[in-house]
Design a protein around this ligand. Structure first.
Ligand code: FES
Length: 178
């Protein structure tokens, strides 16, 4: 049997390992800003999620390598905070506020109604990739409670029916665009 040379072993080890490449420029820009600041891990993760819409596994591996964090620590942080997502969100991120003012205004019923209509649970995405259901704590619009936020838009004084109507409207708009 022929022994592999050092060169061929290297090739085999590295083939298909995307991390031998430098991080993509947009990720490198985020990592470079925070290099040498070990307390900035949450900020780094927020910026990665803001850029990609979620936290792709490969980008987390780059972050661990480039910033010198054990990958297990990064996953520990990501799984602890429910603002972080491992999967790409739907086109519309539907966030029902569960802060005190909205809770008192029955935002729980609004969310239950939407989840029932959409057939998904919290943090899930509809099979057509249109809606992802999430909750948030106070979004700072308590005078408009109960509030639903879809992507960047805030919907004031929601009821279960009004919230569902708003989502149906977005679905219609998306169909017209297609
Ligand atoms: S509690 Fe919902 S916006 Fe403040």
């Amino acid at each position: 049997m022929r022994l592999k040379t050092e060169g061929s072993l290297k090739k085999n080890v590295y083939r298909g390992d995307a991390l031998v490449e430098p991080p993509p420029p947009e990720l490198a820009a985020i990592l470079d800003k925070h290099r040498g600041h070990p307390d900035a891990l949450i900020t780094v993760l927020e910026e990665i999620q803001h850029h990609y819409g979620y936290l792709p596994q490969q980008q987390l591996e780059y972050a661990a390598r480039e910033l010198g964090f054990p990958l297990s620590r990064i996953y520990g942080v990501v799984t602890f905070y429910n603002l972080f997502q491992f999967t790409p969100p739907g086109r519309y991120q539907v966030r029902v506020c569960k802060g005190t003012a909205c809770h008192v205004g029955h935002s729980g019923e609004i969310q239950d109604h939407l989840m029932d209509k959409l057939g998904i649970a919290e943090d899930e995405t509809t099979p057509d990739k249109l809606f992802t259901m999430q909750t948030v704590a106070c979004v700072g619009a308590c005078s408009l409670a109960p509030v639903m936020v879809v992507n960047e838009r805030t919907y004031a004084r929601m009821t279960p029916d009004k919230a569902w109507e708003a989502l149906q409207h977005l679905r219609e708009e998306t169909k017209e665009e297609a």
